[in-house]
Design a protein around this ligand. Structure first.
Ligand SMILES: [Zn+2]
Length: 224
């Protein structure tokens, strides 16, 4: 199994997408995006690399051939040599690994996805499809916007009141904590959950929609 999160460097896209942008939906040159995806595939050394058409929903697709082009926000698989990728620029890229049943998953969890429980649903899909047991599941949450920068309007705090920091009368959400608590409540072990300390809005090595609006997407990837 290999897994990692990319940053914005060493790709071929030009400003404002410089340079390792994987998003085809952000008005970058498709030729450059496809070249960037080929760079990632070569780095992984895999025969297939699957991206999702992400829609801030809670659909989960099981990948079996590697030729799927799913519209969803989470994927699961137990097929070796097919890498799964989740694209983000502030949302949380979540990776899953069940070593016992040799199964993997990825999920895209922003505020809406967190409210829809896409992270938990992906873990449950691994249970249903592969027999994954919560106490054996490992989870990585990659670089994403953190509560230092994630200021939202009052209406966006609904349903996430427990994960709110109020500073000078302004609301800041802690989506990492919301997802962590949800995973712990499901029986996933704390020592099996890794949360990146990087805030994409603070750290210019990563794309941030909040900071730049017109920007690229980096990726979390995992493969058996
Ligand atoms: Zn920040």
């Amino acid at each position: 199994m290999q897994h990692f999160f990319t940053n914005r460097f060493d790709g071929v896209s030009e400003a404002p997408f410089e340079s390792l942008n994987f998003g085809l939906h952000v008005n970058d040159e498709a030729l450059h995006v496809n070249q960037n995806r080929a760079i990632l595939k070569a780095k992984l050394g895999v025969s297939k690399l699957v991206f999702m058409d992400q829609v801030h929903g809670d659909s989960i697709v099981r990948i079996e051939s590697g030729d799927e082009m799913p519209t969803c926000d989470a994927m699961i698989s137990n097929v070796p040599d097919i890498a799964l990728a989740v694209m983000v620029a502030d949302c949380i890229p979540i990776l899953y690994y069940d070593e016992v049943h040799q199964a993997i998953g990825v999920a895209h969890a922003g505020r809406v996805g967190t409210l829809l429980q896409v992270g938990q649903k992906c873990a449950r899909a691994m249970v249903e499809n592969f027999g994954t047991r919560m106490q054996e599941l490992r989870i990585w949450m990659g670089p994403s916007i953190r509560s230092c920068c994630y200021e939202v309007g009052f209406e966006a705090t609904q349903g996430l009141e427990s994960f709110l920091h109020v500073k000078n009368g302004n609301y800041f959400l802690d989506l990492q904590d919301a997802n962590l608590k949800a995973f712990l409540d499901m029986g996933i072990k704390r020592e099996h959950i890794t949360i990146s300390e990087i805030c994409t809005c603070c750290d210019h090595a990563y794309f941030s929609y909040r900071r730049d609006k017109i920007t690229g997407r980096f990726a979390g990837v995992i493969v058996l």
